[in-house]
Design a protein around this ligand. Structure first.
Ligand SMILES: Cc1cc2nc3c(=O)[nH]c(=O)nc-3n(C[C@H](O)[C@H](O)[C@H](O)COP(=O)(O)OP(=O)(O)OC[C@H]3O[C@@H](n4cnc5c(N)ncnc54)[C@H](O)[C@@H]3O)c2cc1C
Length: 382
């Protein structure tokens, strides 16, 4: 066993944190208030080599692993989860091309992502199908050498910003076997019949772009099929089994950021004649926060390390995602309490912990709610 990060991995961590402090931190409050998504952060992150690092070198990427993605996500989310998603989700969905695409698809699409010339999205959820994603209704019916796509997708990150989305569609809606009806199809966003609307009024990650997408008779060539027809559901499960480590990393980073800010606050704020941090009940709370963050970090690094070894463990990934999401919500709640119970600032958006508290909730929802993760975990127990 070796729990040490390599020098290169530590360097990536430092670079990601420095980038987040220099580029994201100054904008975070304003972007949150104005629900503003900015491509500028993504462009700068591409220049810094922080986007799409798992894309292999032969397709123009850095050829790194999920552990390195986790390290980047953690450091960026430590500063601002919402704007951090401009980096984290810039290649979302296209992992499917990497896992299941043809050589031609990989050569055509992956270099654009790696070089910062394109953004992608993953379009799976629908208004009536989130956790039960197999129930989607969007159809892609083959006619000659084209698929004709009709349906609606909901809560799609980067639906407006993206150049293409990898969409889960029903290619055999009539088929009785529930999990053999789906396929993954790449839909370029400028195709006729694609309409996207931005959703506003989110509680958290307000600077991340969330959209609804509708497909009306969208025609795409059959060569846009990613992987095998009828295998889309199983491909999606594999995709989640890997990418959940990234969401788990967001939880560790966010929680660490909240702890950083709380440590700073308790040393400055004086109470009953001494700094707040010298009160033992506050110290104990900080100790519990730090312990839970470290537990989350360990399970997430292990899960990503196993993905990179070709030994992906869906249950471990589900545990990491579930634990870190819940942990981040709890840690941010404690951070808010320490700021709020002993001072009025916590409820105003001048204080970052308020934003962290609102942002944390999404970690229990997207890429599988915590209940869905528990279903995966408990299945193995039996
Ligand atoms: C900001 C944001 C960004 C998103 N980005 C994307 C994206 O880029 N692409 C994409 O495809 N989707 C995206 N999503 C969608 C997200 O993945 C779904 O919201 C999530 O999967 C939950 O689906 P749902 O909202 O339909 O909730 P539902 O599935 O309706 O669940 C409602 C509640 O019921 C619980 N529940 C459901 N089934 C069970 C069960 N069997 N047992 C116990 N409890 C259960 C759930 O845990 C949840 O608490 C995003 C969502 C948000 C909010």
């Amino acid at each position: 066993m070796d729990f040490e990060l390599t020098q290169e991995q530590r360097h990536i961590q430092e670079r990601a944190y420095r980038f987040a402090m220099e580029v994201i931190e100054p904008m975070a409050k304003e972007y949150d208030r104005e629900e503003k998504y900015s491509k500028e952060i993504w462009e700068k992150a591409c220049q810094e080599g922080l986007v799409g690092v798992i894309i292999p070198r032969e397709y123009g990427g850095a050829g790194l692993g999920f552990l390195e993605v986790v390290l980047i996500m953690e450091q960026v989310s430590r500063v601002d989860l919402g704007s951090g998603l401009a980096i984290a989700a810039a290649t979302f969905g296209s992992e499917n091309i990497l896992f299941f695409g043809t050589e031609e698809q990989k050569n055509r699409f992956l270099p654009l992502l790696a070089k910062g010339k394109a953004i992608s999205a993953g379009a799976y959820t629908e208004p009536d199908a989130g956790s039960d994603v197999a129930s989607i209704k969007t159809t892609a019916i083959r006619k000659g050498n084209k698929y004709i796509i009709n349906g609606n997708k909901m809560f799609i990150t980067h639906g407006m910003a993206c150049d293409w989305m990898v969409a889960l569609c029903l290619t055999a809606p009539e088929r009785k076997e529930r999990h053999k009806r789906h396929s993954m199809i790449l839909v370029e966003s400028d195709r006729k019949g694609v309409e996207v609307n931005k959703l506003t009024g989110k509680m958290g990650i307000r600077s991340s772009e969330t959209t609804e997408v509708s497909f009306s008779d969208v025609r795409v060539p059959c060569e846009n099929l990613i992987g095998e027809e009828g295998k889309g559901f199983h491909q999606l499960m594999h995709f989640f089994d890997c990418t959940r480590t990234m969401v788990a990393a967001q939880g560790i980073g966010l929680a660490q950021g909240a702890l950083d800010k709380t440590l700073d606050y308790v040393q400055k704020r004086r109470m009953f004649g001494r700094p707040l941090g010298l009160h033992q009940d506050v110290q104990f709370l900080l100790a519990e926060m730090a312990t839970k963050i470290e537990l989350g970090r360990n399970i997430t690094y292990k899960a990503a390390w196993k993905v990179d070894r070709g030994d992906t463990d869906p249950v471990l990934n589900a545990m990491a995602k579930y634990f870190t999401g819940e942990m981040a919500v709890w840690v941010c709640g404690q951070a808010l309490k320490i700021h709020g119970e002993f001072g009025p600032e916590a409820l105003y958006d001048d204080f970052d912990v308020q934003r962290f508290y609102r942002d944390a909730k999404i970690l229990e929802i997207y890429e599988g709610t915590k209940e869905v993760e528990k279903i995966t975990i408990s299945r193995r127990l039996f």
